[in-house]
Design a protein around this ligand. Structure first.
Ligand code: ADP
Ligand code: MG
Length: 436
């Protein structure tokens, strides 16, 4: 594997699978023409070229620096016109980085809501007074909820102040450890990790059942903590719940401050999407943003994939991104995410929200409340599952599909004319899809 291919593999670890397979995978490194100052890559078409140029060129440059100490200019050219048309990528001058931090993972780019407020406040305060307030800070929560982003935001702040920041995943730490053991250079390993001012270790759950590395990690941890260096850790669960983790590590992790991140509420998701649109220079209407917010259940990482997918489709098909187009493009995503939603689950959620019994929703009762609840349940069942109108008629004890279609029409009218009702439906959808 040549150096360019290695760099692209490192990049792969940091971006979504969709983006990797749509863009980065098609990039070809020219090992013959590249030099110590210039890395030459070929892109198959303009779309891929521009996307990579705007979003990844500086990152690729950064990876060369961090992993191979090479200060290269990254040249990306179109494959066919490679010979006569070279496009120089202008690099912003960034302060030299010692660690692999994503420069766009900043506090400014992090949207705060009830779900992540505590973790945010904790990390923010630690970035202002490292090593003094809480040490270590342990952030835990599900995939794609912003743990890495937050810890790196602190890393970026401290690094810009000239502190030595090391960011590593447990896996990288382990690989580094093995390599130094093999090369008999353990002192170098220990020196490297114990010399830093701030140590960020991501995905601590992978320490599980790996005794050798837990031992080494313990000593690194103690050494750093002993001299007041800040340590920030993340994992997908609370330290207590990580099986196969030594007791002494577990208690050290809990000693500072443990903060969780929950799945974002609708408002936060909307803010995140708006922010990502701004960063990626994509313009979407409010309707589309709300729609995307309800499609993604919790994993915020999906947002970038969705934006790039919309962007790519609209470019390839020469159409503007409108709501119907968005719905079509995201159809698969929606079905995949909601495959486990059933009519029962939806009905139970609606009943709970409106404070009535699920059986009443499916009864023949005609009181105003019940009719209202039933209509909402039918609408959501139609939107969120693949059931046909006759199937819904049967489930809700209605005569036939025309009764269902009448109900859907009524609800659609309400949604169009009544903003409060529309918000209510959005919130309910969000509640149902994120609880499943
Ligand atoms: P985790 O480490 O928890 O799996 P990441 O930190 O990698 O998640 O976040 C996944 C993506 O979602 C990143 O692109 C990150 O910038 C984005 N993200 C997550 N939460 C937020 C937020 N609150 N505001 C802005 N972006 C967010
Ligand atoms: Mg992460």
């Amino acid at each position: 594997m040549n150096i360019g291919e290695k760099i692209l593999l490192l990049l792969k670890e940091e971006i979504s699978e969709i983006e990797y397979s749509r863009y980065i995978k098609h990039l070809i490194y020219d090992a013959k023409k590249s030099t110590a100052d210039t890395a030459i890559f070929y892109a198959p078409n303009n779309l891929v070229l521009n996307w990579i140029k705007n979003r990844y060129a500086s990152k690729i440059k950064h990876l060369f620096e961090v992993h191979h100490s090479l200060h290269v200019n990254v040249n990306i050219t179109l494959k066919n016109q490679a010979e006569n048309k070279k496009i120089e990528i202008k690099q912003e001058q960034k302060p030299q980085q010692h660690s692999l931090l994503n420069p766009s993972h900043t506090f400014e780019n992090f949207m705060v809501g009830g779900s992540n407020q505590f973790a945010y406040a904790t990390i923010k305060s630690v970035s202002e007074k490292p090593g003094i307030l809480y040490n270590p800070v342990f952030i835990y929560g599900g995939v794609g909820l912003g743990k890495t982003h937050l810890m790196q935001a602190a890393g970026n702040v401290l690094q810009n102040q000239g502190k030595i920041v090391i960011y590593t995943t447990v896996e990288q730490f382990l690989n580094d450890f093995i390599r130094h053991v093999r090369n008999k250079t353990m002192e170098r390993f220990q020196e490297k990790y114990r010399k830093c001012d701030v140590l960020l270790i991501d995905d601590i759950q992978f320490l599980s059942n790996k005794e050798g590395i837990q031992e080494e990690f313990f000593h690194t941890f103690e050494a750093l903590k002993g001299i007041g260096k800040q340590i920030i850790l993340t994992a997908d669960k609370h330290p207590k719940k990580i099986a196969g983790l030594e007791k002494r590590l577990q208690s050290r992790f809990e000693h500072g401050l443990v903060a969780d991140i929950q799945p974002p509420e609708l408002e936060t998701k909307i803010a995140i999407i708006e922010n990502k649109c701004k960063i990626n220079k994509v313009t979407l209407t409010r309707d589309i943003i709300h729609y995307i917010a309800t499609v993604i259940e919790s994993n915020v990482r999906e947002i970038e994939g969705i934006l790039s997918k919309l962007h790519a489709y609209s470019q390839l098909m020469h159409v503007d991104i409108d709501l119907q187009f968005t719905k079509n493009v995201l159809k698969d995503q929606l079905q995949e995410n909601r495959a486990n939603l059933t009519l029962d689950i939806i009905t139970q959620n609606v009943a709970k929200d409106l404070n009535i019994k699920p059986s009443e929703i499916r009864s023949k009762g005609r009181s105003k409340n019940l009719v209202y609840a039933r209509r909402i349940a039918i609408y959501l069942c139609r939107e969120l599952t693949q059931n046909t109108m006759p199937q819904l008629a049967q489930y809700f004890g209605m005569q036939d599909h025309t009764a269902i279609s009448h109900t859907l029409k009524k609800i659609n009218e309400l949604i169009q004319n009544d903003e409060d009702f529309k918000v209510k439906i959005e919130e309910l959808t969000n509640k149902i899809t994120s609880s499943s």
